[in-house]
Design a protein around this ligand. Structure first.
Ligand SMILES: *[C@@H]1O[C@H](CO)[C@@H](O)[C@H](O)[C@H]1NC(C)=O
Ligand SMILES: *[C@@H]1O[C@H](CO)[C@@H](O)[C@H](O)[C@H]1NC(C)=O
Ligand SMILES: *[C@@H]1O[C@H](CO)[C@@H](O)[C@H](O)[C@H]1NC(C)=O
Ligand SMILES: *[C@@H]1O[C@H](CO)[C@@H](O)[C@H](O)[C@H]1NC(C)=O
Ligand SMILES: *[C@@H]1O[C@H](CO)[C@@H](O)[C@H](O)[C@H]1NC(C)=O
Ligand SMILES: *[C@@H]1O[C@H](CO)[C@@H](O)[C@H](O)[C@H]1NC(C)=O
Length: 293
């Protein structure tokens, strides 16, 4: 009993000594009694409580980022020309559920709504406020990672080890890494991460979001992760493209999209041309598959 009390006191002291949010640098934390409570400012300028004991859900991280972006927009001079593009990945101010998940229907504070998957990526045509959306889980994520030139000779063996180390930094159980491929000529590493259909214990969108942000040098972490090394050389990445595959195909009305064997939804920097790119990527995929068979 005495040991237990000592332990409790020790953990309370530990919490108060380091009451900060390791997983979201924008969070504000306060010791309240024996707990360290963290919140983050969101668009309507209220403080949104978040759980900083693990990766923050993509929905909540996006909500926090959107607050900063809308605030920055007021201060900035805006677009230099009409055609200037911003790298916001079709970011919007999402509605998050109590557990941090994306609400399946999103409207970005407007009357135009769309359905999203568990990674918050649009999977339907635009609709009005009456739109009905089911919760659809992303169970498979493919990440195309382009690495910068390295002095160490890379091969699929040492790259797999590096990728496992990298993804462990984002709390991924490496048993979910289904495949790691390497294309030397293009400096391209392709990683497939897949969970069993129906699994709701792992949320793949969190690690993908943290990884994407880190590759863009826009880390969400308070203390950035050290780079992974291959043969003692740090490995860094030029860019990453993330593909989301859902348990159910998306419902875009274009025939081409629903006809595919696998429905692939792509998040790209240019959200405006998202439809065209999806088509392109599915074709590419089809030709790649044709080569395999
Ligand atoms: C702080 O967190 C604890 C545990 O999560 C919670 O019970 C308490 O209500 C929170 N306090 C405030 C002021 O939000
Ligand atoms: C602000 O947003 C939060 C959740 O995002 C919501 O619970 C709250 O009611 C909103 N507050 C106002 C004043 O709109
Ligand atoms: C959401 O709204 C913001 C601000 O109103 C806008 O900048 C952004 O482009 C919108 N995003 C989407 C996906 O509609
Ligand atoms: C891969 O490269 C490492 C050196 O980084 C080397 O030790 C290993 O033998 C190579 N493996 C294969 C299969 O070529
Ligand atoms: C990873 O997943 C495997 C298979 O589901 C499980 O046996 C193992 O305990 C998990 N490892 C960790 C560290 O959670
Ligand atoms: C990443 O950002 C940090 C500061 O935000 C900067 O010092 C660093 O040079 C950047 N690295 C790259 C590779 O752009």
């Amino acid at each position: 009993m005495r040991a237990l009390i000592l332990l409790l006191v020790a953990s309370a002291v530990g919490a108060s000594a380091d009451c900060s949010c390791k997983y979201l640098k924008w969070a504000k934390c306060e010791t309240q009694g024996q707990t360290c409570n963290c919140t983050v400012a969101v668009v309507n300028n209220t403080a949104h409580p978040i759980d900083c004991s693990t990766l923050i859900s993509k929905c909540q991280a996006m909500k926090a980022e959107m607050f900063l972006l809308t605030r920055a927009a007021v201060r900035s001079l805006g677009k230099p020309t009409e055609h200037a593009l911003t790298d916001e990945d079709g970011i919007y101010d999402p509605v998050c559920e109590r557990n941090g998940n994306f609400n399946p229907k999103q409207c970005n504070n407007t009357n135009q709504c769309w359905c999203v998957n568990s990674a918050g990526v649009r999977r339907s045509d635009m609709g009005d406020l009456q739109l009905k959306c089911d919760a659809v889980e992303t169970y498979w994520i493919r990440i195309d990672l382009y690495h910068r030139t390295m002095k160490t000779a890379l091969n699929v063996t040492n790259i797999r080890t590096a990728i496992e180390t990298l993804l462990q930094q984002y709390k991924l159980n490496t048993s979910l890494i289904e495949k790691v491929d390497y294309n030397k000529d293009r400096s391209l590493i392709v990683v497939d991460i897949k969970k069993p259909m129906g699994d709701r214990t792992v949320d793949l969108s969190r690690m993908a979001h943290y990884l994407e942000k880190d590759v863009k040098n826009l880390t969400l972490l308070t203390n950035p992760n050290p780079p992974v090394t291959v043969g003692g050389q740090p490995m860094s990445f030029e860019r990453a493209t993330v593909y989301y595959v859902d348990e159910k195909p998306p419902t875009f009305s274009m025939k081409k999209l629903t006809g595919g064997v696998i429905a692939v939804i792509v998040v790209v920097a240019l959200a405006i041309i998202i439809g065209l790119l999806v088509l392109f990527l599915i074709r590419k995929r089809e030709s790649k598959m044709a080569q395999v068979h």
